[in-house]
Ligand binder design. Structure first.
Ligand code: NAP
Length: 334
């Protein structure tokens, strides 16, 4: 099968399209013919092996998993003897960061708990855009942020892979959502349901006097003390990404600020799991959330797609199409 392979950390140039052995499913595994994947900031981190701590997971000196790629959607081709949830022909999606990556390939063999049936109303390309980014937003808002109906929620970085889901998921929980993005993305944020939009090139949301019950910091760069100033007295700040400074402050200052005040501040790390994949499938099928796709690239152009993601200005998700998509299952409506 064709796959994007790397044997040493580095820029996207280290990635090569190669012919490799097609995997065979073990007893508890499902063999999936992948139709679409995505490229994310996380893929860039894994390919570069930077920031360095990622290597404690991905391999200290060289990559442990030579085929990168996390988010994917495809069709089950075969199942191991102990698999109970899936059968050949099922259309599935999943986040492979729980099971050794490998989405940039024509096939992957994965434990059945790493995947779920794909939302019936999405194409493979759209479904591949869901598994990680939406679950980051979901866990940030619901689990760490304890989101409640009627709360004032601010999403900083509302126009990228995670932010476009965060706006929609917060709305689905009944929150009043303020989306922070740049001028060219204001309409996108409104179309996803944001009640208010703030153009970060024109206005600093930490200086305008508004306060929020919950802030999800997906992107951007503000000192934690600025975020604290615009949190309600019992408010919660959840850092999921953004600049290094923002991330380190969330990691080290957040717990201290939480101990010394009534507000809760800290970072989150996504925990991929099948229940949340199913939760997202149901939200998508209920029409409450839809993926936003910026661009598509063929498998051979994963390096190009990664360079685009590294520029930091994707509008929604960047999709990789793999093989020939079944007719009528290419993209539509996003
Ligand atoms: N915690 C976790 O477990 C976890 C998991 C996955 C990802 N992440 C992190 O989450 C972050 C976001 O991921 P993503 O997939 O959404 O990234 P992304 O798709 O690359 O984000 C790009 C978007 O961010 C916007 N943006 C750039 N600078 C901004 C700023 N200063 N203020 C507001 N928006 C800004 C861009 O809009 P403009 O072009 O208009 O500027 C663009 O639409 C990353 O840092 C990633 O590492 C964390």
């Amino acid at each position: 099968m064709k796959a994007i392979v790397y044997t040493k950390y580095g820029s996207p140039d280290v990635l090569q399209l190669k012919e490799v052995a097609k995997p065979a499913p073990k007893d508890n595994e499902v063999l999936v013919k992948i139709h679409a994947a995505t490229v994310t900031v996380g893929d860039s981190i894994v390919v570069r092996g930077m920031p360095f701590p990622v290597r404690f997971w991905s391999g200290l000196l060289e990559p442990k998993h030579q085929i990168p790629g996390k988010e994917m959607a495809g069709r089950v081709e075969a199942v191991g003897s102990n698999v109970t949830q899936f059968q050949p022909g099922d259309e599935v999606f999943g986040d492979l960061s729980v099971c050794g990556l490998g989405a940039f390939a024509e096939y992957v063999s994965v434990p059945e708990n790493a995947i779920a049936l794909k939302p019936a109303n999405l194409t493979f390309e759209q479904a591949a855009a869901v598994p990680e980014s939406s679950v980051v937003a979901l866990q940030g808002l619901r689990d760490k942020g304890k989101i409640q109906p009627g709360q004032k929620v601010l999403i900083n970085g509302a126009s990228g892979g995670v932010g476009t889901y965060a706006v929609q998921i917060a709305k689905s929980f009944g929150a009043e959502v303020t989306a922070v993005c740049s001028t060219r993305n204001l309409e996108l944020a409104r179309s996803l349901g944001a009640d208010r939009v703030i153009d970060y090139t024109q206005e600093d949301f930490t200086q305008n006097g508004h306060r929020y019950d919950l802030i999800l910091a997906v992107n951007g760069d503000h000192p934690l003390s600025d975020y604290r100033r615009v949190l309600c007295p019992e408010g919660i700040y959840v850092g999921s990404g953004g600049s290094m400074a923002q991330t380190f402050q969330g990691m080290f200052l957040g717990p201290w600020m939480s101990m010394t005040g009534s507000q809760k501040m800290g970072n989150m790390l996504v925990k991929p799991n099948q229940n949340d994949l199913v939760f997202m499938k149901e939200l998508v099928e209920a029409g409450k959330v839809k993926p936003v796709i910026d661009r598509r690239y063929p498998l051979a152009e994963v390096p190009e797609a990664l360079r685009y993601i590294e520029e930091g200005h994707a509008q929604g998700k960047v999709v990789i199409t793999i093989g020939t998509l079944p007719q009528n299952l290419t993209s539509s409506g996003e």
